[in-house]
Structure formats: structure tokens, C-alpha cells
Design a protein around this ligand. Structure first.
Ligand code: PRP
Length: 179
């Protein structure tokens, strides 16, 4: 049973769905008349991206990039590696980068600088969750689902030691699980 490790549910399936619909409506409005290139940051953003794009009413293409700064550790090492690059060029495209969580900002800063150097027509960041008090480097984020406190969370794509990604909600873990 996965549930035995859960301390508290922070966002239920219904709460996530409602907020994601609001975000998708904003994005659809902001980019009206344009074609999007949505880029998901694997693996964590996978579930958020697939729910979000089904609610965006715009023509789009989807690509993925995989980066890791954590490995199996719970703290960012600050060293970002691209594990899988995009399949296609992004020059002159309207790029919307999708993340599950911004913590120190180191991963996203690295990815944003890397992608912007490929000269897209525009570049914006969308994240489901943000932990602003943990930020080590400034980044401009256009769409934020929820600000959350500095707590260790799992579910809806987000892992602890590669597990719990399949939980349909976002929750905190009991301390004994990661102690
Ligand atoms: C998580 C998350 C972000 C990053 C945020 O990814 O998806 O990419 O950490 O942390 P930061 O703001 O401190 O850089 P992780 O490296 O755990 O990989 P995953 O998405 O495959 O789980």
C-alpha cells in the first residue's frame, strides 16, 4: 500500500484538475492566434503536461527534454545534466517549458539559458508547483499553479527515490520514510 507512507494530502485530484483548467485557459488566451511548442521536463512534469495540454485550445507540438540535478538524492547538487535533448530545433517557435516543481531554480535556470540560446520566437516557463523560499537563483516564471512551503512532497509525477510518481494527488511523506 502506497498510502501508508503518506502524511498529508496537499492537493487532491479535484484541486489539481481545477487549477490546471484555470492555467490552461490563461495560456489559451495569452497565445491566441499562435502555435505553441510545449516542452516537458522529464520525468516529473509528465503527468502535469498531459493533463494541461488536453485543456489548452491551441495548435501545438510537444517535445520532451530530460534533465537531472538530484539523482536519487533529496537535495539539489547544483550540477545539471541533460539526459535527453529535444528531438527537434526550436528556432522561431513559441516555446512553453513545463515543469512540475521549481525548488532552488538551478535546473530551470540552466535549461532556460540553454533553450533561449537556440533563439526561439518566445520563451516562457510554466510550473505546477513553486517553492519560492528555496530559490538560489532568479528565474522568470510566467505560470505558477501553487506556491508551496519548503516541505518534501511526492505524487502526481514527483518522486522520492524514483517512487510515488503514480499517486494521483500531491502529498507529504511521513518523515520515517525518508529519514
Ligand atoms: C526535479 C523537478 C525539477 C527540479 C527542481 O527534478 O522536476 O526539474 O528537480 O529542482 P531545482 O529547482 O532545485 O533545480 P529531478 O531532478 O528530481 O528529476 P525528475 O523530474 O526526473 O524527478
Amino acid at each position: 500500500m502506497l498510502k501508508k507512507d503518506i502524511k498529508e494530502v496537499l492537493f487532491t485530484e479535484e484541486e489539481l484538475k481545477k487549477r490546471i483548467e484555470e492555467m490552461a485557459a490563461r495560456i489559451s488566451e495569452d497565445y491566441e492566434g499562435q502555435e505553441l511548442l510545449v516542452i516537458g521536463v522529464l520525468k516529473g512534469a509528465n503527468m502535469f503536461l498531459s493533463d494541461l495540454i488536453r485543456k489548452i485550445d491551441l495548435p501545438m507540438e510537444v517535445d520532451f527534454i530530460a534533465a537531472s540535478s538530484y539523482g536519487n538524492a533529496t537535495k539539489s547538487s547544483g550540477v545539471v545534466r541533460i539526459l535527453k535533448d529535444l528531438d527537434y530545433p526550436i528556432q522561431d517557435r513559441h516555446v512553453l517549458l513545463i515543469e512540475d516543481l521549481i525548488d532552488t531554480g538551478l535546473t530551470l535556470h540552466y535549461l532556460a539559458e540553454n533553450l533561449k540560446s537556440r533563439t526561439p520566437a518566445s520563451f516562457r516557463i510554466c510550473t505546477l508547483l513553486d517553492k519560492p523560499e528555496r530559490r538560489k537563483i532568479d528565474i522568470e516564471v510566467s505560470y505558477i499553479g501553487f506556491n508551496i512551503p519548503d516541505e518534501f512532497i511526492v505524487g502526481y509525477g514527483i518522486d522520492y527515490s524514483q517512487k510515488y510518481r503514480n499517486l494521483p494527488y500531491i502529498a507529504t511523506l511521513k518523515p520515517e520514510v525518508y529519514a
